[in-house]
Structure formats: C-alpha cells, structure tokens
Design a protein around this ligand. Structure first.
Ligand SMILES: [Zn+2]
Length: 340
C-alpha cells in the first residue's frame, strides 16, 4: 500500500506569471528555454489540468492514493497573479478528485492573509471535500501571526490538518525566512488539537525541523522532495531547475538512509511518504523505487528499518491523518502489532 501524502498537478492558468517566468529561465539544467520552445514543449508536458497524467503515473509507480495540494502564492505579486482565481483553482482540484474519487483527495490552498481566507477554507472543506489545508508561508507571511488565530480555530472546528511548505525555497521571488520550522512553535503550543504537517522535513534544515516537530505530538512531517537533496535524478532532466543551485551537492545514498533513520527515531508514527510529483514523468516512480529499497540500508549504511515502521511511513500515518479508508487497513494494523 502506497499513499502519497504530497503531490501536485497544474493547469496553464493556475500558476502566477512570475513562477512561469522562473521556470522558463531555469529549466534544462539551468540553461533556460526560449519562449516558444518553453510553451510548446515544457508547458504541455508539465500541465495536467484534468489529472489524467497524474493517475497514469500513479498506476505506473504503484501509488494507491495521493493528496493533490493546491497552492495560493498569488499575493507575492498582485500584478502577476494566476489567471484562474484561487477559489476556481480549488474547484478545479475538487473536479480532478471527482474523476478518480477512490485514488485522489485534495488540499485547499489559501493564503491566510486574504480577507476571505476563512470563507475559502469553508468552501474547500465543507463544499468541495478537502481533507487538508495547504499553506505556503514563503509567499510572505509568518504562520505565528496572531491575525491568523481565528483561521486556526476554524481548522480545529472542522477537524482539518494544515500542511505547510517548510524549508528553503529556490525561487527568488519567494522568501525562505518565512518557512523556517521554528515559526510553527507558537501554533503547535497554542493549538494542541490542530495537526500541522511540516512538508519536506524542512529539507536542509531537517535537524532544526526535528528540534521543533520532535517535541509536539500534533506536529508531523512529510519527506516529499527530501530525496532530491541526495538524488537529484529523481526529478529527472526536465526538473533540473529544482536542484541546480541550493539543493547542494548530492550526498551518498548511505548517508541518506542514516538521515532517514534519525528522522524516524525522532518522529515515530509522525513521518509520511510523499513524492512532490508535479507533472514531470518518472518522479513518482523514482521515489517509490528509492523508498521501497529500504532493506538495502542495513548493508549499505548499517541502519535497519522494520516493515511496521515502513508501513507507517508509506501509508498508515497518511491514512490516519487524512482520514482515508485504506483497503485492508485493519488487517495490516493487526499484523503490524503482532510483529512489532
Ligand atoms: Zn509540494
């Protein structure tokens, strides 16, 4: 069973124009592409507004279910907002899920600085069926701003968790000072009933992330994109913009497994698998191949994982936090408690 806790699909009108411009300048291993080639080659391959390619990639990789996350990064530059309004973007995500209701769920994307943020939250969860809220602080806000506390109270009432980008960002229009995990300390303390998922285990700041998440039972992490620090090939040639600079030099696979072991030790039952697949072919497959090779860690890195903790990671924790009914879940829980 594989539940991907964090991925995306997009349409051409869903991204702000500054983001398309960034992509155009940085794809193809940082060389960039002329506009016509970018529009005719990259954009059609990357875009998937119906989720059709997403489901094909899930089939190929063996992903049973996935959480598609809508991102509201429009307030970065109001002059270059996405052409599609954020409410309609959330509706488009819900429509993708309706085409494959047994495979897909979505997270409502909303910037809490919006005056109608709580209405968008209500629309997403109550009308469209979102199971999580997606936050993107590098768009320009600190999550511990007291102005957002009514929003968090409403999340608690609705019983919906928040998944937030955490860690550095490589798009220069964004600001990574907002996405350090420490800014969730206040929220974790003041809203013990609110589940917060720090995405990517904060990437390069993963030990800082463990320092925060390790102390709070209501704070979770996903490991989406994290493998990219070690294995840039998981994002493929076209995704090269994603590791050209601040992803750093690839480390060894052995050190990767030791890092994952340390993360599991600190967050037992609170760490989830995710690919951060975003439309580029092969990304899900590469992540599944990497993480299902966990048995190699013992000879390669001298660290061991158990089937039970890998089950927690690959699906059981996501099934709980997103309230997914995973087939065979009860049986798996019973067998896991037997051989734990
Ligand atoms: Zn993502």
């Amino acid at each position: 069973m594989i539940l991907d806790a964090h991925l995306h699909c997009w349409g051409r009108t869903w991204h702000p124009e500054w983001l398309w411009e960034f992509f155009r300048k940085h794809v193809d291993f940082g060389k960039g592409m002329p506009e016509d080639r970018f529009e005719n080659e990259f954009v059609p391959e990357y875009c998937d507004p119906t989720g059709e390619k997403l489901v094909e990639e899930m089939d190929r990789a063996g992903t049973d279910r996935a959480m598609i996350l809508c991102i509201d990064w429009n307030l970065v530059d109001p002059a270059m907002e996405a052409k599609l309004d954020i409410r309609d973007q959330n509706r488009a995500h819900a429509e993708i899920c309706q085409r494959a209701p047994d495979r897909l769920s979505f997270g409502v994307g909303v910037d809490p600085r919006r005056k109608d943020a709580i209405e968008i939250l209500n629309l997403g969860v109550e009308e469209l069926g979102a199971r999580v809220v997606k936050f993107y602080p590098p768009a320009g806000f600190y999550p511990n701003d007291r102005d957002f506390y009514p929003f968090y109270e409403r999340c608690c009432e609705l019983g919906v968790p928040i998944l937030t980008h955490s860690g550095p960002v490589q798009v220069h229009t964004l600001r990574m000072k907002y996405s350090h995990p420490i800014h969730w300390n206040d929220v974790a303390v003041d809203f013990p009933d609110l589940k917060v998922i720090l995405a990517h285990c904060s990437l390069h700041w993963w030990r800082d992330c463990l320092g925060v998440a390790g102390l709070f039972d209501n704070v979770y992490c996903d490991l989406s994109w994290f493998a990219n620090i070690v294995h840039p090939e998981v994002f493929g040639e076209k995704g090269a913009y994603q590791h050209e600079r601040n992803m750093g030099a690839p480390q060894s696979r052995a050190s990767f497994w030791r890092h994952v072991r340390e993360i599991f030790n600190t967050l037992p039952g609170r760490i989830m698998y995710g690919s951060d697949y975003n439309g580029l072919p092969g990304v899900q497959q590469a992540h599944v191949d990497l993480f299902t090779s966990w048995a190699e860690a013992e000879s390669m890195a001298g660290v061991r994982f158990t089937q039970a903790e890998m089950d927690d990671f690959m699906w059981r924790t996501a099934a709980d936090i997103y309230r997914w009914d995973a087939p065979g879940r009860e049986a798996a829980l019973a067998s896991a408690s037997g051989d734990a």
